[in-house]
Design a protein around this ligand. Structure first.
Ligand code: CO8
Length: 261
């Protein structure tokens, strides 16, 4: 297995991968080499047929406290533009397998945006989400303004982006930004995320991949285009063995055995 410096990759269950951001002294501040490792790890897992879903987490104190401010502070426009700063940080949105964020502590700036790039967010009661870039004389750069506006609406997105105020896990749940707040206790949110990843891994992986693809399409296409795309993929799944097995098993009152074919 690959050795990483800024992340830890593990396999809590045969079909579930866990990636833990591991820059504790900087509250998991997201530096460029961290994102190189994260993208590489996710790409490898996406191509690993034994993996059904991925959990991404940080520490108890911080999921990630944002992009690395010290790395960015002397950056110039010409360099940032010419070298497409931040463009490849979004590579993880092209991963086909579900990624579940298990958030404890600070998820700020790029850390909040990293969580928003995942497919499902679970939070511990300690989680604090925020886009504090305004306090640094800048704005979100990893999709926060767009994804928050879509998820929580204009007024709340404006409030977060313009005041930089951190919101609690409960607020994030009430605003529809995350799935839910998971019970107290250290490690509880990671355990819950692993259980969810395990459940997803028990399904037919082709259908899971298609399910992720159609939900994501809702954020990019018009309703008419999205409905056509969903229907076409639904029709296409009749060509899979997993559909025959899934519906056949139901009719025969037994559990399906998906082969991911
Ligand atoms: N960058 C670099 N270092 C950081 C960062 C960061 N974002 N956050 C914390 N650290 C470092 C601190 O400098 C400190 O290091 P040292 O011990 O060497 O002084 C160490 O982590 C511990 O931090 P604190 O002592 O500050 O810990 P506190 O518990 O007192 O405070 C806070 C915790 C409130 C989280 C505080 O650290 C803080 O405000 N951090 C900055 C939060 C922030 O402004 N984040 C936004 C950054 S800008 C951004 O993310 C742009 C997004 C770009 C797109 C990304 C695409 C995914």
């Amino acid at each position: 297995s690959t050795n990483y410096t800024y992340i830890i990759a593990s396999r809590p269950e045969p079909a579930v991968a866990l990636i833990t951001l591991n820059r504790p002294k900087a509250l998991n501040a997201l530096c460029s080499p961290l994102f190189v490792e994260l993208n590489q790890a996710l790409k490898d897992l996406d191509n690993d047929a034994s993996v059904g879903a991925v959990v991404l987490t940080g520490s108890e104190k911080a999921f990630a406290a944002g992009a690395d401010i010290k790395e960015m502070k002397d950056k110039e426009f010409a360099d940032a533009y010419k070298n497409r700063f931040l463009e490849d940080w979004a590579d993880m949105t092209k991963i086909r397998k579900p990624i579940i964020a298990a958030v404890s502590g600070y998820a700020l700036g790029g850390g909040c945006e990293l969580a928003l790039m995942c497919d499902i967010i679970l939070a511990s009661p300690t989680a604090k989400f925020g886009q504090p870039e305004i306090n640094l004389g800048t704005i979100p750069g990893g999709g926060g303004s767009q994804r928050l506006a879509q998820l929580i609406g204009k007024s709340r997105a404006m409030e977060m982006v313009l005041t930089g105020r951190m919101i609690t896990a409960t607020e994030a749940a009430n605003w529809g930004m995350i799935s839910r707040v998971v019970g107290e206790g250290e490690g509880e949110v990671v355990k819950e995320a692993i259980a969810m990843a395990s459940e997803i891994s028990s399904k037919g992986q082709i259908a899971v991949q298609a399910g992720k693809e159609v939900v994501n399409a809702a954020y990019e296409l018009t309703l008419a285009e999205g409905l056509r795309f969903e229907r076409r993929l639904f029709q296409g799944l009749f060509a899979t063995n997993d559909q025959k097995e899934g519906m056949g098993a139901f009719a025969e009152k037994r559990k399906p055995k998906f082969t991911h074919t």
